[in-house]
Design a binder for this molecule. Structure first.
Ligand code: BG6
Length: 498
């Protein structure tokens, strides 16, 4: 990399660090981690004396490098990088060939780190299935690599953090037995999205929102992640997970905590996370008999998006034809505290919907009296929409007079795109990797948060696990039965993203 590549970006500079990636031969490494590290290096947020050490088995170093290079070309074509620049970048790489279960692998890693003189910090990224997390933490512990005496040692893991309350507790106990909680970085890539972080700035850096941000003005809140993709080749995972675990327990509940939390006393990881967990503690736990009325589960059937015809979920590779796993789920939560009593938080997500849109819709209460009822061309409601993707930004739906001689009202959308000047909105992985390197855990889930969210979801899982059938919706449509009913008492009803 030459000097000109180091255009400075805004962000705390990082110190030379050994970035160890377990599972470095996998998809996540080539699709996300390496492109993010290249971008960070280019803008001066990754120290050029850092090293990237891949732990993988049975591959020659050159072959591994070639895979990473190909990954850059396939998945990060926007990052212009010629062969010479790649060759210069690849001098940062090292490889340890070994099995995760073999103690020798960790010994080799320890000696490899020792041989990188002067570099004492280490980040261990577990880009492997969760069943290996404890094995890796134990391996590091055994050879002394988790010891922070001469630099930080941070271990990064990705969801799922367990599949239910018991397994998440077990994972937490195991990891916390080997590492200090402050060394564990549980990535929720949703929280790395610029627009999600921006939510905190909108809330706490503007005086006009806070007075409205409560049950006196807000009718309900919708937090959604609609996707047009199906499950691809992930049947093995998805059949066990379903969309409730995959998206609601993790990403969407995390977003809900940021929407609902009280202002923290300071902008530090623990102060923010202390407020987030208070929200989770206030979320109502449903009794079994209430669950059908508070939730929707459905599965995509065959259908089409544009000209592409799509198979039903049960016809996807690896899915049982009798599967009742939900690919769409919605839950109407209540946060039982002073600020939010009685305000529904409806979280919903689904695959094979008409488009990919994720947003937070704050729907305000009805007008006490509507002067213009007979002149409205659209329902008189106000919403504030935080678009998480695509087209990140904030939209305010207002009502205004239609131009003309009569006093007809129309809906007007005031748009504030997040990046009006075309500034590159950072990828979640750049943000989160940078946070790990600088020790900022604000956007990472703490162990207690994870357990609390599982304890909320658990009663729903218990009821759903016994179901014998599931509603179907046609792929590429919004025809999910039960959704209108779920929104029946909400001003403006279900907001289908446009
Ligand atoms: C992942 C889920 O965590 O998030 C996937 O496992 C989902 O099923 C993905 O598609 C959505 O993330 P994004 O950033 O593409 O909205």
């Amino acid at each position: 990399m030459d000097e000109s590549d180091f255009n400075q970006c805004i962000g705390e500079p990082t110190e030379p660090t050994n970035i160890v990636i377990f599972g470095a031969g996998g998809d996540l490494t080539k699709r996300k981690l390496i492109p993010a590290l290249v971008k960070m290096l280019r803008c001066g947020l990754l120290h050029p004396e850092s090293k990237i050490i891949g732990v993988l088995k049975g591959r020659a170093f050159e072959t591994w490098l070639e895979t990473l290079h190909q990954g850059m070309l396939d998945y990060a074509a926007d990052i212009e990088m010629n062969d010479e620049q790649w060759a210069s970048f690849s001098t940062m790489f090292k490889m340890v060939d070994g099995d995760l279960q073999d103690e020798q692998t960790y010994q080799s890693l320890a000696s490899s780190l020792e041989s990188l003189k002067g570099k004492t910090h280490a980040m261990f990224y577990c880009a492997v299935p969760p069943r290996w997390y404890t094995t890796i933490a134990a391996g590091l512990h055994k050879v002394g690599l988790s010891n922070e005496e001469d630099g930080f040692r941070r271990v990064v893991i990705e969801k799922p953090f367990g599949m239910d309350l018991a397994s998440s507790r077990e994972l937490n106990n195991e990891l916390q037995g080997l590492l200090d909680e402050s060394q564990i970085y549980r990535i929720d890539h949703y929280l790395g999205k610029e627009s999600v972080q921006n939510l905190l700035v909108y809330r706490f850096a503007n005086s006009i929102l806070e007075p409205l941000w409560n049950r006196n003005f807000i009718d309900h809140i919708q937090i959604s992640a609609a996707e047009s993709i199906g499950i691809g080749y992930r049947a093995n995972y998805y059949e066990k997970s379903g969309s409730l675990r995959d998206m609601i327990q993790s990403h969407l509940m995390q977003v809900m905590t940021l929407v609902a939390m009280e202002p923290p006393v300071e902008y530090t990881a623990d102060a923010v996370r202390d407020e987030k967990i208070k929200v989770l503690r206030a979320v109502r736990h449903f009794a079994e008999e209430d669950i059908p009325a508070q939730t929707v589960a459905a599965q995509y059937g065959s259908g089409a998006i544009g000209d592409e015809s799509l198979s039903a979920y049960v016809a996807e590779e690896g899915v049982s034809p009798e599967s009742v796993t939900e690919t769409f789920s919605a839950v109407r939560f209540y946060v039982d505290n002073w600020r939010w009593q009685g305000v529904p938080f409806i979280l919903w997500t689904g695959k094979r919907l008409p488009r990919r849109v994720s947003e937070i819709v704050i729907r305000f209460r009805k007008l006490p009296f509507n002067l213009f009822d007979k002149h409205a061309t659209a329902p008189i409601t106000n919403s504030l929409v935080f678009r998480l993707h695509p087209d990140e930004g904030i939209f305010l739906r207002m009502n205004a007079k239609m131009p003309g001689l009569t006093t007809n009202t129309q809906r007007l959308v005031m748009r504030a795109p997040y990046s009006e000047d075309g500034t590159d909105v950072s990828d979640a992985y750049e943000v989160l990797l940078h946070d790990v390197l600088t020790g900022d855990a604000t956007l990472f889930s703490r162990g207690d948060e994870v357990e609390e969210s599982w304890s909320i979801i658990e009663p729903i899982l218990n009821v759903w696990k016994d179901r014998l059938s599931v509603e179907r919706y046609r792929a590429g449509t919004w025809d999910v039965s039960g959704m209108d009913e779920l929104f029946k008492d909400c001003v403006g009803g279900w907001h289908k993203p446009s």
